[in-house]
Design a binder for this molecule. Structure first.
Ligand code: SF4
Length: 293
């Protein structure tokens, strides 16, 4: 018979889910009840794939100038062409979960906007950097590469003994040889310059994974919010690593029964696939009224 640790694989997303609602964690990770893919989820996967592939497309030779508008146009064209390739795989490699062509088109146009903004920001910061560098220096390429190219992309890390794994979107080398972990987010953020608690929990879990895997502390975790182009960072400390260690111990010490994982009723329940399991006799509108009171 499998032990609790063998049967329950944890990940940064699982830790964030546990933090948001333990009952949902129970249904999703212990009972493994399948959930319907949503347009947000599919768009998120496509966007991650586009950004992963983008750096294969960019050549350092093309960025030896500092004309940011030209760079913007080039980056934008590359990103949109990668987006079109992935978007055409909806219904094949990605589930077609859109309500109809209208909704699908709206999501496509919105994603194009995010990527255009990403291209503009990247082009501007890169051109600014290139201005400060000596193009004839033998270090030029290395410096641009370090500033601009990810050190890792979609890096899967597995802690076999702990049965814990995760995929890190991107890491960047910092100038003191430490690294920053970058997590892309396509979801809405409640406030500007703000990291929602569940995102922070997930980010700390990536840092935990990195620390345990390489025995090196990442310097910080950055969240890049594609909707707004905001990048918000959080410096990682030993306390954060300990916090995640405690979460894992807490989860692993629980019996895998429903009663051990309480519900957390919030407005988010109305978007949750398990609403019917949790509130079988309630309509969503009655539920919202109760939450407000
Ligand atoms: S409906 Fe609400 S309480 Fe139930 S699992 Fe989903 S988020 Fe948790």
């Amino acid at each position: 018979m499998q032990s609790q640790k063998e049967s329950l694989r944890l990940s940064p997303s699982a830790i964030a889910c546990y933090y948001e609602c333990q009952r949902r964690f129970f249904y999703r990770y212990i009972k493994k009840i399948p959930e319907r893919p949503t347009p947000q989820l599919i768009r998120g996967r496509i966007t991650h794939k586009v950004l992963e592939n983008f750096f294969n497309f960019v050549s350092l030779v093309d960025i030896k100038h500092d004309d940011w508008e030209k760079l913007w146009k080039d980056f934008k064209n590359g990103l949109i062409s990668l987006l079109n390739t992935e978007w055409n795989l909806i219904g094949k490699e990605y589930a077609d979960c859109f309500e109809g062509e209208k909704e699908k088109k709206e999501y496509y146009e919105e994603t194009k906007r995010f990527l255009d903004f990403y291209a503009a920001k990247l082009a501007f910061s890169l051109s600014d950097k290139v201005k400060d560098l000596n193009r004839n220096s033998t270090w030029f390429e290395e410096e641009v590469r370090k500033f601009f190219f990810p050190r890792d992309r979609e890096l899967k890390l597995v802690l076999e003994e702990e049965n814990f794994s995760g995929i890190i979107d991107k890491t960047m080398s910092l100038f003191d040889d430490s690294i920053a972990i970058v997590d892309y987010k396509t979801s809405k953020s409640a406030l500007p310059h703000y990291i929602p608690d569940s995102h922070l929990k997930q980010g700390k879990s990536y840092a935990y994974l990195w620390k345990k895997h390489f025995d090196i502390m990442p310097k910080h975790i950055s969240f890049y919010y594609l909707r707004t182009g905001e990048s918000v960072f959080y410096p990682i400390s030993e306390r954060d690593i300990q916090e995640i260690e405690n979460d894992i111990v807490e989860i692993r010490n629980k019996k895998q029964i429903l009663e051990e994982f309480p519900k957390n009723p919030t407005r988010l329940c109305t978007y949750c696939d398990f609403f019917g399991n949790c509130f079988a006799n309630k309509t969503k509108s009655d539920f919202i009224k109760e939450i407000k009171n």
